[in-house]
Design a protein around this ligand. Structure first.
Ligand SMILES: Nc1ncnc2c1ncn2[C@@H]1O[C@H](COP(=O)(O)OP(=O)(O)OP(=O)(O)O)[C@@H](O)[C@H]1O
Length: 577
């Protein structure tokens, strides 16, 4: 309940609209309550007196009330839709922005399908609650109380009987809500699991097909979908059973009222018109009671949805600007790792231990090591994708945690082994972090990355690339990612094996152009192939998370057998790939 209550912050801007719509709903209910009272007058007046002229006036009055009710319902529904969609959009934008702010460590630990279902399905549940559940909860409760008060006023013994029927309804609704909340949380979590599977399968479709794993994946998906189906059926059954029970109470009460009311009319304690009005009013209670099950269900779902959304929103981003962090406009690019150790969040074994490195301005340091030795982890610390666990990394003597993140990410350009391109134009992909880049700078970056294939694309820089750039080859994607990293000549360039998908000829061309870029910038270069090592001034050998040796390529070749082994193992690996 607490988290659902917190949603009120998003309701506040729409408070005036919400008040209007509740007032409209009240007025509409008032108009509909008035109709049975007019009918009572019709029965006891013109019908009993056989006065057709009187009938006309009261009939017109009932029609006016009917029209007013219809008009007010239109106003309510219209305002309702606009305000609820507005609130949903605001929350969705906030959750999305928060997800962007959260560190990579958070995303490592959360399945993307779970996040997806929170941003879509859970928010729709909250929208439904704000637009229907909440409004009907208020209006139906008020209708119920008003009608019961009127019934007691009309004929108190029968009215009290109707009021007493609220007791079993109360007991039933408590039981129902307890069972339903567990079922709805289970279903929302399972929905997230299914979304994760769909997303993974869409991304890994090629691998699945290539390994002939379609039947296996289909059966895995079938199992999850079946589970979701069973939970949904269980939830539906719970709702159906409760709705039937909720429905039974007013109908049984109605039967008792009809019998007792007829006796009262026969004994002259009540007029026929009063009985008609009583029964008509009592019929008006059926919808508020029937809808009780649905409203409780909707409120429970909204509570679990709010819990799930706040699980994300309440996770504070851990990689943020420190208080007093400053922008660094000009840097020479002197990079130092001082006693750096790093353990991935949520794990206990350090993947980097006591790493000390000194990369002078303009120097290129290659990082070599066997697979799993921690190369990617090491370079990921540079743009603060993760923060060091102990020790520090400095640029020109500033701890990178004391540099504003926006400034740091301008100083540091990065290309990953797995290049991610977005469903946008080549230009937008290239200038992702630097919108102000000129065409000349873009062309220069494309030249360095040997990405002249862009000229042959149908709309050159404006060509949209498919989802994740799938319509490009692996090598083409890598070259675009490399161009993106070198654009604007960042002071520190971090390249995590950016040439792995290139053929030998293209690689040689890229290396040649890259050599010129590297002269003007400090670079950390994760390298697998001996040929790429030539780009570096010095090499650091990483073994099992520790720096085993630092020196020039020829020094290490001649004096460190582990270096020779690491490079030849990588070379073998490349050949076998
Ligand atoms: N997100 C993560 N969470 C937990 N552990 C991780 C994560 N990413 C990598 N690791 C672990 O950290 C260690 C170092 O991985 P890393 O990717 O840095 O090695 P690498 O030298 O770059 O390997 P490769 O040459 O295969 O790319 C490995 O044992 C890996 O299992």
């Amino acid at each position: 309940m607490h988290n659902l209550w917190r949603i009120r912050r998003y309701v506040r801007p729409y408070l005036a609209q919400m008040v209007w719509l509740v007032l409209a709903a009240f007025a509409a209910t008032g108009a509909s309550i008035a109709v049975p009272l007019v009918v009572a007058r019709v029965v006891d007046g013109p019908i009993a007196d056989r006065d057709p002229a009187g009938l006309f006036g009261l009939g017109a009055l009932a029609a006016v009330f009917g029209l007013i009710e219809a008009g007010l319902i239109f106003i309510r529904r219209w305002t309702q839709a606009a305000s609820a969609v507005g609130m949903e959009t605001t929350i969705r934008n906030e959750v999305y922005a928060h997800l962007q702010r959260l560190q990579i460590g958070f995303h490592d630990q959360w399945q993307s399908g779970q996040l997806l279902s929170r941003v879509t399905a859970d928010l729709s549940v909250i929208r439904r609650f704000l637009s229907f559940g909440l409004v009907f909860l208020i209006v139906n409760t008020a209708t119920y109380l008003t009608v019961v008060a009127l019934l007691i006023h009309l004929r108190w013994p029968l009215g009290l009987l109707v009021a007493a029927s609220a007791l079993p309804l109360f007991v039933m609704s408590r039981r129902f809500s307890r069972a339903y909340i567990a079922a709805s949380r289970r279903m929302q979590d399972e929905l997230g699991d299914v979304a994760t599977l769909v997303e993974e399968s869409a991304q890994g479709l090629r691998t699945i097909k290539a390994f002939g794993r379609r039947p296996y994946m289909a059966s895995r998906f079938g199992r999850e979908a079946r589970q979701l189906h069973d939970t949904a059926i269980g939830k539906g059954r719970l709702l159906a059973l409760s709705s039937a029970r909720f429905d039974l109470v007013p109908n049984l009460t109605l039967a008792v009222v009809l019998v007792a009311g007829s006796v009262a009319v026969a004994q002259g304690h009540m007029t026929l018109g009063e009985l008609v009005a009583f029964v008509s009013l009592q019929l008006m209670l059926i919808w508020p009671i029937e809808s009780l099950g649905w409203i409780i269900a909707n409120a429970q779902e909204a509570m679990t949805a709010a819990d799930r959304i706040y699980e994300v929103l309440d996770t504070p981003p851990s990689i943020v600007d420190r208080p007093g962090a400053a922008a660094v406009a000009e840097a020479r690019g002197h990079v130092r790792f001082e006693g750096v150790s790093f353990t991935y969040p949520g794990t206990t074994t350090p993947v980097l231990r006591r790493v000390d490195l000194d990369v002078r301005p303009g120097e290129t340091l290659a990082i070599v090591g066997t697979t799993g030795s921690g190369k990617t982890s090491l370079v990921s610390l540079m743009p603060r994708l993760y923060d060091v666990t102990t020790g520090r990394i400095t640029i020109d003597g500033h701890d990178i945690r004391d540099i504003r993140l926006s400034s740091l990410r301008r100083l540091v350009g990065m290309a990953f082994e797995e290049p991610t391109l977005f469903s946008m134009s080549v230009r937008e992909n290239l200038t992702l972090g630097r919108q102000e880049t000129t065409d000349d700078e873009i062309n220069e970056a494309l030249r360095v990355a040997q990405a002249d294939f862009v000229d042959e694309l149908p709309w050159r820089l404006e060509t949209r690339i498919g989802e994740q750039g799938l319509s490009l080859s692996g090598g083409q994607r890598q070259r675009l990612a490399l161009a993106r990293a070198v654009i604007g000549q960042p002071r520190v360039l971090v390249l995590d094996d950016p040439l792995s998908a290139l053929d030998v000829h293209t690689e040689a061309l890229v290396e040649e152009a890259l050599a010129r870029v590297l002269r003007g910038t400090t670079a950390l270069l994760v390298v697998h192939r001996p040929s790429t090592v030539a780009l570096a001034d010095r090499v650091a050998l990483l073994a099992d998370g520790e720096i085993a040796a630092v020196g020039t390529h020829s020094e290490l070749m001649s004096s460190v057998p582990a270096y020779r082994a690491a490079l030849s193992a990588e070379a073998d690996d490349v050949v076998s790939r």
